[in-house]
Design a protein around this ligand. Structure first.
Ligand code: GDP
Ligand code: GDP
Length: 493
């Protein structure tokens, strides 16, 4: 098995795309013959492509690209090249749902509007709706106006967004895209992200009556979050597998592995005090490289892959060894990914009692200072001391995950934001005069992670210290515990 892992590691590392921030991904799901590939072709036109070697993606999925409203988006037909069986086997449904839930930013489920619903439709819908991602139901083959009303019959599947389309004729497809695009996360907007948030009109209005309401983009976080997806990351031997076992093995926990047919993606879900905690790719967490170097390389690759699929990351540190360069490296990826981070110092038992190296027992306060010093950019991340092997502190991990998951989805109104701005003493920011900007107003444009748009007098990238100062001020007032805060600047000439 390690050989496969090594091969995989090489494949990832030679593929520079593997870890780049990519265009948002829309997944099309549905049983055979409902019209998925017709819809896919309608969306992508001739730009259909079969992509084989993307990381974490098996060969049988068909990818394409589309541009809509100035944004580039990728589309995947999760039906891929599945044989045209009338009866969709359950494992296939799982696989489709898993691909969609794991990789996509939004999911379009297609049903045939001219036929009755069958069990696979219902099963697939149920899985997709539970996944916590923006989901849309396209009722296909609604070729004429008379048929349109029939789409309402499919509301029983439970989707909030039900759209009649005719993939063959193209009707309704634009509306579908509008809906889907409005749900895509802002963090994956390639350039000029503020373009989609404000129209020229909005800005003009604001001159008369103060700040105009910003047209809201819906992001993942605003959909009912059915569960929190968690990535356990860290270098080899920090105790990732041990922690995973401790978290998923607790007596009160119901663990349900969501098995796909792909070897490398098994999530485990723990239901606990009314919350679902999904540990992403638990097979990957247990995977080890054979040589030390390979294991280290693999740990970075896995961290980046797992971060992509997560809301919250647990960055594990080995208490005995302290923060190493590799820890800092992995922590950096977590920070940049926009995921919430909890720093978990594991093996605390080994430095407090029965030390074999003759040193004095570690002190939490001193230890935390050292960790914080080595991971400065993660100053917003809560820090926990645990012993995964002894099962100590595991409860705290769940509680903190729940807290930071909630914090990252918080929204501050523009009114609150303006009152906040009036209170901030910007003179206190240690920023060179030439780098100062005047903020006319600011608004939270997105959640998960909280993203603020600043309307300023100059179109400049914020000075690092200024950004940090402002982020700290925002945290003092509003929290956002565990989540990075992102800023976008927009000059208001
Ligand atoms: P898939 O198996 O879900 O990918 O389905 P296909 O895209 O291969 O479509 C299955 C059948 O439905 C084909 O014969 C299509 O021509 C037909 N079809 C797809 N979209 C429409 C539509 O909007 N209206 C009608 N009348 N037929 C459609
Ligand atoms: P991974 O490579 O990050 O998945 O690490 P493992 O979970 O395989 O753990 C690596 C080693 O650290 C194993 O020998 C574990 O028994 C040990 N270990 C894990 N957690 C703890 C802990 O809380 N205390 C101590 N003393 N050892 C631990």
């Amino acid at each position: 098995d390690w050989r496969e892992a090594e091969l995989e590691a090489t494949r990832y590392s030679t593929d520079k795309e593997a870890v780049d921030v990519k265009a948002p991904l829309i997944a099309i799901c549905g049983r055979p013959n409902v019209g998925k590939s017709t819809l896919f072709n309608r969306l992508t036109g001739s730009r259909r492509s079969i992509v084989g070697d993307e990381p974490g993606i098996t060969r049988d999925r068909i990818y394409g690209e589309i541009e809509w409203a100035g944004r580039d988006v990728r589309v995947v037909d999760t039906g891929g090249v599945v044989p045209d069986d009338e009866a969709l086997i359950p494992s296939e449904i799982f696989r489709q749902a898993q691909v969609a839930l794991g990789e996509a930013d939004a999911i379009v489920m297609v049903v045939d509007g001219r036929t009755e619903l069958v069990a696979p439709d219902i099963e697939l819908a149920r899985l997709l709706l539970r996944g916590g991602k923006p989901v849309f139901l396209a009722v296909n083959k609604m070729d004429s106006v008379e048929l349109l009303a029939g789409a309402e019959n499919f509301r029983s599947l439970g989707f909030r967004n039900v759209l009649p389309v005719s993939a063959e004729h193209g009707t309704g497809v634009g509306d579908l895209l509008d809906e889907v695009f409005s749900a895509l996360p802002v963090e994956t907007v390639a350039e000029e992200p503020t373009e989609v948030m404000l129209t020229a009109e909005d800005e003009m209005e604001e001159d008369e009556d103060g700040p105009a309401p910003v047209r809201k983009l819906r992001t993942h976080g605003e959909y009912e979050q059915a569960e929190t997806k968690i990535a356990i990351i860290g270098r080899p031997n920090v105790g990732k597998s041990t922690l995973l076992n401790a978290l998923t093995g607790t007596k009160r926990a119901i663990v349900s592995p969501i098995a796909g047919t792909t070897r490398d993606a098994v999530d485990e879900v723990v239901e606990r005090s009314g919350h679902s905690f999904r540990f992403v790719d638990t097979a990957g967490i247990r995977r080890k490289g054979k040589t030390k170097l390979m294991a280290e390389k693999l740990s970075v690759i896995m961290a980046r892959k797992h971060l992509e699929a997560a809301d919250v990351s647990l960055l594990l540190i080995d208490a005995v060894e302290g923060v190493t360069a590799l820890d800092a490296n992995i922590g950096g990826y977590a920070h940049e990914s926009g995921r919430s981070v909890i720093i978990v110092v594991n093996k605390w038992d080994a430095v407090t009692t029965g030390r074999t190296d003759g040193k004095a027992p570690a002190d939490k306060k001193v230890y935390e200072e050292q960790v914080r010093d080595a991971l400065k950019y993660l100053d917003y991340a809560p820090l926990l001391f645990i012993s995964a092997a002894e099962g100590k502190g595991v409860d705290q991990v769940f509680k903190k995950v729940e807290l930071v998951a909630r914090e990252r989805r918080k929204r501050v109104s523009t009114g609150q934001m303006n009152r906040f701005l009036e209170r901030v003493d910007f003179q206190r920011a240690s920023v060179p005069m030439s780098k100062r900007v005047k903020i006319y107003y600011m608004t939270q444009a997105a959640v998960a992670p909280p993203t603020f748009v600043l309307f300023t007098d100059k179109d400049v990238k914020l000075h690092f210290s200024f950004e940090r100062f402002l982020a700290n001020q925002i945290r003092d007032s509003f929290g956002f515990i565990g989540s990075p805060i992102w800023f976008k600047v927009r000059a208001r000439n």
